[in-house]
Write a protein of this length. Structure first.
Length: 462
C-alpha cells in the first residue's frame, strides 16, 4: 500500500515517498538552547537527513523512518504538532515590542496567546495567522487567513488573505483595537468560519458571500463603520476618481503629422455598430487634429505603465515637443498612431458625431479597427491616482484643484510642471527616496515621479 501523510503523528511524507518530516511546535520560533539541543540530538539519533527552518518559524526534522515516529516524539517530550491538515497550522509573529525598536504593539504576547488558543484547532480548511507589531508586516499578516497589524492606535485586524498559486490580499475588518478586543474579534471570525463547514479557505468564502455580509455575520455593523465618514455637506471630488475611467493615449493625424495625448474619458456607446467616444480639451493639439481629419486612435494602457511614459503624453504639448521621438508606434489604417509600448489593446475610429461641452468636445466615432496586443490589466483611473500617485493636467476633463496639503514633517515642494507635491514624510520610495528625507537632501539628479521634471522645477509651498 502506498504511503501517505500521517496526520495522527504530525508527519508529512517526503518526495522520496518513503521518509517523513515532522515539525516540532515552537511558538513563534522562540525557544531555549535546551530545546535546540534536544531537537539536534533526536535528529542525529534517528538519522534525519536535515533540519530545516520553515517559513512558519518552526524547525522541520526531515528524513525520518515511519517506524521511528512515535519514539521521536517521545524523545522530544512533545505531542505530535499540526504540520498539515484542516486546522490552524501556525501562528507566525514578529519580535514586536519585546525586541524590535520599530514595533508599536506586543506581537510576541499576542502571538503566544493566539498560539495557545488555536494551534492545531480543527477547521473546515487550513488556516494561518500572522501577528505583526507594526505596519512593516514582517509576519506577512496581509496574506494570512487572519492577520493582526500593530499601529500606534492599537491593532488592525484583517481577514481572508493567503499566498499560494492565487495570492489574495486580506480585507480590513477593524482597527484601533486593544488586545482584548482584537482577540475577541479573532474568536468571532474563527467561530463563524467553523460554522460553514465547507472545505475552502476563508478568503474564498468571503469572496463568495461578500465582505460586508461576513462583517454582519460576526457582529460588525457596516453602517456604523461607514456612517461616521459620510459628509453630505460638501463635494469631495476624490469620490469621482472611483468612476470607471481608465487611462488611454488618444492620437490623431493631420496633413501627415501625428500627435497624441493622455485621456481618461473613453467609453463605448453602442455595440452594433461598435461605437466609442472620447472627450478632448479644445485647446489641445490632438483636438485640432481630430477636428481636421475626423479620425482618432485609442491605445489602452497597461496597469504597470511607468509614470514617465504617461507624463510624456500627458504633460507635454505636441506644439513644443515630438512625443514620439523615442516611442515605438505604428500608424493604423486611418493614419492615426497606435502606441506599441505599454499598450494592451488599441481601437481606431472615424468620427460620426461631435458634441461641444464647455471646454471639451466629445467625439463619437465608429470603430474602424481594434485588436488586443498583449494580455494584461488595463490601468484604471483609480489605480493611477491611488497606487501610482499620479495627477492630471489642467486640460483633463476630470481636472480638479486639490485641497492644500499640510506638511507632516518638513517643507512641501510642488512640481511647477505637473503639480505633484513632494512630501518628505512620504518620500519617493519608487525613486529611491526614503520617507523622512527633506527635499534639500534629495540628489540633484532626482526627477519628478509623475512628469520627469528636474529637481530645479520644484517650488517650496510650505
Amino acid at each position: 500500500m502506498a504511503k501517505t501523510d500521517r496526520l495522527d503523528k504530525g508527519a508529512v511524507l517526503q518526495r522520496d515517498r518513503e521518509t517523513y518530516a515532522i515539525v516540532p511546535h515552537i511558538a513563534g520560533g522562540i525557544c531555549t538552547p535546551e530545546v535546540l539541543r534536544k531537537i539536534a540530538d533526536v535528529a542525529e539519533k534517528y538519522g534525519a537527513k536535515v533540519i530545516k527552518a520553515t517559513g512558519a518559524q518552526r524547525l522541520a526534522i526531515v528524513g525520518l523512518k515511519e517506524e521511528d515516529l512515535d519514539n521521536v516524539w517521545k524523545d522530544l517530550g512533545m505531542d505530535p504538532a499540526a504540520a498539515v491538515g484542516m486546522c490552524v497550522r501556525s501562528v507566525k509573529f514578529c519580535p514586536g515590542t519585546t525586541f524590535c525598536r520599530l514595533a508599536q504593539q506586543d506581537a510576541v504576547g499576542m502571538g503566544l496567546k493566539l498560539d495557545e488558543m488555536y494551534h492545531g484547532y480543527s477547521l473546515p480548511a487550513k488556516f494561518k495567522i500572522g501577528v505583526s507589531g507594526c505596519p512593516n508586516c514582517c509576519a506577512d499578516s496581509w496574506v494570512r487567513d487572519i492577520g493582526l497589524i500593530g499601529t500606534k492606535k492599537g491593532w488592525k485586524v484583517v481577514v481572508g488573505g493567503n499566498s499560494g498559486s492565487k495570492p489574495r490580499i486580506a480585507h480590513l475588518l477593524a482597527e484601533g483595537l486593544n488586545d482584548d478586543e482584537a482577540i475577541e474579534l479573532v474568536k468571532k471570525v474563527i467561530d463563524k468560519f467553523k460554522e460553514y463547514q465547507k472545505s475552502q479557505r476563508i478568503g474564498k468564502l468571503i469572496n463568495d458571500i461578500g465582505i460586508d455580509r461576513f462583517k454582519k455575520e460576526i457582529g460588525l455593523s457596516v453602517a456604523e463603520q461607514i456612517a461616521e465618514k459620510i459628509d453630505t455637506s460638501r463635494i469631495n471630488e476624490k469620490a469621482l476618481y472611483n468612476i470607471g475611467y481608465g487611462l488611454y493615449i488618444v492620437g490623431s493625424v493631420k496633413d501627415g503629422n501625428i500627435n497624441a495625448q493622455i485621456a481618461n474619458t473613453v467609453f463605448q456607446v453602442t455595440a452594433e455598430p461598435p461605437t466609442v467616444a472620447v472627450s478632448i480639451n479644445k485647446d489641445n493639439l490632438t483636438h485640432e487634429y481630430i477636428k481636421e481629419s475626423g479620425v482618432f486612435s485609442i491605445s489602452i494602457l497597461a496597469q504597470e505603465t511607468p509614470l514617465h511614459f504617461i507624463a510624456n503624453f500627458g504633460f507635454n504639448s505636441g506644439r513644443d515637443k515630438n512625443k514620439f521621438e523615442s516611442v515605438e508606434y505604428r500608424q493604423g489604417k486611418t493614419g492615426a498612431p497606435i502606441i506599441l509600448e505599454n499598450t494592451i489593446a488599441f481601437i481606431e475610429a472615424r468620427v460620426i458625431e461631435e458634441m461641444s461641452v464647455g471646454t471639451h468636445t466629445i467625439f463619437v466615432g465608429q470603430v474602424e479597427s481594434a485588436d488586443v496586443l498583449r494580455a494584461g490589466t488595463p490601468m484604471s483611473y483609480a489605480y493611477y491616482h491611488q497606487v501610482k500617485r499620479g495627477t492630471e493636467p489642467k486640460t483633463a476633463p476630470t481636472f480638479r484643484k486639490e485641497e492644500p496639503k499640510v506638511a507632516t514633517k518638513g517643507d512641501l515642494y510642488q512640481c511647477q510642471v505637473c503639480g505633484y507635491i513632494y512630501d518628505p514624510s512620504e518620500g519617493d520610495p519608487d525613486g529611491g527616496i526614503e520617507p523622512g528625507t527633506p527635499f534639500e537632501a534629495i540628489p540633484d539628479d532626482w526627477v519628478c515621479p509623475v512628469c520627469g521634471a528636474s529637481k530645479k522645477d520644484f517650488k517650496k509651498i510650505s
